[in-house]
Design a protein around this ligand. Structure first.
Ligand SMILES: C[S@@+](CC[C@H](N)C(=O)[O-])C[C@H]1O[C@@H](n2cnc3c(N)ncnc32)[C@H](O)[C@@H]1O
Length: 395
């Protein structure tokens, strides 16, 4: 199906999950045969479908864990509306979704999609600045979930999002400025996130995610709130975090306990977290950052149970693989991963991360794969201890 709409150009119907929405025909916005979603009149990125599918599962998991009978979700940077409309269509007990976009054409398309799906009783649509909306709608709705899915960094919207979401609500955040967070532009990271990133090490990707969460945690602490990751992950070109927001002083106290710095010693490859926040422990320190778990084990278990009930998402290989890995690595998600190439350097040919994990487990050590990198794994042992075990195994 396709139709032409004034200002929006040619629209086509696409299906994501169980939801059919109208989006700009991206075939018309190709540059050198590559789709450029940012060139379309309204932003729609098909590469974010996995992000949206995992979000459906994560919000449903949150709803079940907190036994919520109704759910009010606000998506203040909604683009075509596809994300929020998937929530209406695919998550149990969603009573209200508030969709907003500052752009005229996005607003028009969201309203068209609401009509297209016949969900106007459950969806309210606004055309305001995201932060202004978040700060004002608190008097009208009790918001269980705020989903911040912007271009680039989410930080400009975090203050207002934290204000808007209720105590023990869920803050969902996407960051696509991965290059900044992994230290490719260190000065930008210092400006935007107030943290020193670590560049060009095999585990930069994990540290980038920890800096993102650490910055959100420090903003929460300004209000004496706390955040706790239920699930935080990396995929391809973005970070995504689902954070529980607690508004009691006890939540803020627990949150600050999970801030710290990374000390990296390139000589022996050791990577250690220290809880000296707010004082950096020395010149070899990176951060500040979140040093606690990135994935809550109970949440990851429930997430995989939820996936079992979503056949159409379970059949997506990437989604299933991620959910499985989140479950495997949750209990060790407070130790930084290492890669098989770091372990095997100078020991002859490389053996796979899965083989190393099996070997360590056979010897009774804690070890698991990680979703960050298929050549990486987590263990409580140090790099030199793992190297010793691997070299004995090979001889
Ligand atoms: C990455 S897109 C959103 C994609 C959408 N969440 C999805 O899953 O398809 C970001 C959107 O934010 C909107 N936007 C940018 N700045 C804004 C602001 N200050 N207030 C509200 N919307 C804004 C843009 O018009 C754009 O549609």
């Amino acid at each position: 199906m396709s139709l032409y709409v004034e200002e929006l150009g040619e629209l086509v119907e696409v299906q994501e999950g169980k939801t059919r929405v109208l989006v700009p025909n991206l075939e018309k916005y190709k540059v050198e045969k590559k789709i450029e979603p940012a060139h379309a009149p309204v932003f729609y990125n098909p590469a974010m479908e996995v992000n949206r599918s995992i979000s459906v599962l994560a919000i449903e998991t949150y709803r079940r864990m907190f036994d919520l009978k109704t759910l009010t979700i606000c998506e203040p940077l909604a683009g075509t509306g596809v994300r929020g409309l998937r929530y209406v269509n695919e998550i149990n007990s969603v009573s209200k979704v508030i969709l907003n976009d500052i752009d005229d054409r996005a607003y028009k398309l969201i309203r068209l999609n609401v009509e297209h799906l016949s969900v106007s009783d459950k969806v309210d649509v606004y055309k305001e600045d995201a932060s202004a909306l978040l700060l004002t709608i608190r008097s009208k709705y009790i918001i269980d979930v705020v989903d911040i899915d912007p271009f680039g960094s989410p930080i400009p919207f975090i203050h207002a999002a934290l204000r808007a979401v209720r105590h023990l609500g869920l803050l969902c955040v996407t960051a696509t400025d991965v290059g900044v967070l992994v230290g490719r532009y260190p000065h930008k990271c210092i400006r935007r996130y107030g943290a020193k990133p670590i560049r060009a090490v095999p585990f930069s990707k994990e540290i980038g995610l920890r800096i993102l969460i650490g910055t959100i945690a420090r903003i929460a602490l300004e209000f004496d709130y706390g955040v706790k990751p239920l699930l935080a992950y990396y995929e391809g070109h973005y970070y995504r975090a689902f954070l529980l927001v607690g508004k009691d002083t006890a939540d803020a106290r627990e949150c600050v306990e999970n801030l710290g710095f990374l000390i990296y010693n390139p000589e022996d490859g050791s990577r250690t977290f220290v809880r000296t926040y707010p004082v950096a422990p020395g010149s070899g320190a990176y951060g500040p950052m979140w040093i606690g778990k990135l994935i809550d084990p109970e949440f990851a278990r429930e997430l995989s149970r939820v996936l079992e009930e979503y056949d159409y998402l379970k059949s997506n290989r990437k989604v299933s693989e991620l959910v499985q890995l989140f479950r495997e690595e949750a209990y060790l998600s407070n130790v930084v991963y290492m890669t098989s190439s770091e372990v095997c350097r100078g020991l002859g040919s490389e053996i796979s991360a899965s083989t190393i994990v099996s070997l360590l487990r056979e010897l009774g050590h804690d070890a698991c794969r990680t979703h960050f990198d298929k050549r990486a794994f987590r263990t409580t042992l140090s790099l030199s201890e793992v190297r010793k075990i691997v070299s004995l195994y090979r001889s």
